[in-house]
Design a protein around this ligand. Sequence first.
Ligand code: OGA
Ligand code: NI
Length: 352
Amino acid sequence: MEGEGECSDNPFTSVMTLTKMRVPHVPQRYVLPPSQRPTLTLDLTANLPIVDLSTLHHASQRSLTLDTIQGACKELGFFQVVNHGIPLPVIHDALAAAIEFFNLSLEEKMTLLSDNVHNPVRYGTSLNHASDKVHYWRDFIKHYSHPISDWIHLWPSNPPSYKDKMGNYAKAVQVLHKQLMEAILETLGLNFGNLQKEIEEGNQLMAINCYPACPEPDLTLGMPPHSDYGTLTVLLQSGPGLQLQDNKKKWLSVPFVEGALLVQLGDQIEVMSNGQYKSVVHQVTLSAENKRLSIASLHSLPINKKIGPAPELVDEQHPVSYNEFSFRDFLDYISSNDIADKRFIDSIKKSV
Ligand code: OGA
Ligand code: NI
């Protein structure tokens, strides 16, 4: 489909464009080496916990629910939540706004195109179209979202309802993140009050991802294996496709539960917990039939805040296992490193 020369300067082509062209094969730059190709028919995650968050408000049920959360954090770094307090219409509106955005003309979306990971709002494709050696079958728009009044004027002004619909969802997820952090810190025996202000003033980056149907889903991925950098990611998905690695490095497919939200532990929690909890490695697979949308809300402490292991979790048996890092350090890292090659968290682990 294209000569090698065209790959090296990476002209911008969205996967929505390729889909509209009805390409019968994925272009060569999307083809992964055989060892990195996905298995599309994996076991479903057998013991994937679904946590009913309403039980956290009932004194008699709270400790049982915290036990479930603790088990999920130790085994998988991942769980799903229901009764999370975000109304279904807010969820559906956010997904509808995302669909409308990606259906806009390329010209319109290109006004937000950027390969600079420090930009607070940017449209793009793959991980970073300007530097990726292998491309991934994903288009995205990412924007900072908290506090919303600082950023919303930079968000897409088309479709006209985007700011309202995505804004309602963003605000609701920010509240949910705080509630989840309170529970997770409690399971680690850490004092939420000490971190409350930084959690409230933290960064929220929403990654709105579009994975169109792919003619050869066995050759490529929507996103390569990675973990998220922050405290937690709350993920909303329109259909199945996410796979994660358990603590034995076995890949599992995440079952799709309508209305549920997925909670993924990020690198900041791994570091804070001094390795008691691990950030979850996940990847996105594609479908030959269906387009998939996802809205990942990536939360982290304030951009310049250095996070190290909590002193309460360090002793002679558990020496400090990670160097400190901030969200900004992570952004600097991905500006010059390919996270498909090497995980960020491995760069801050202390050698034993
Ligand atoms: C991400 C991510 C998963 C998905 O944006 O970091 O992992 O299902 N997304 O889109
Ligand atoms: Ni992710």
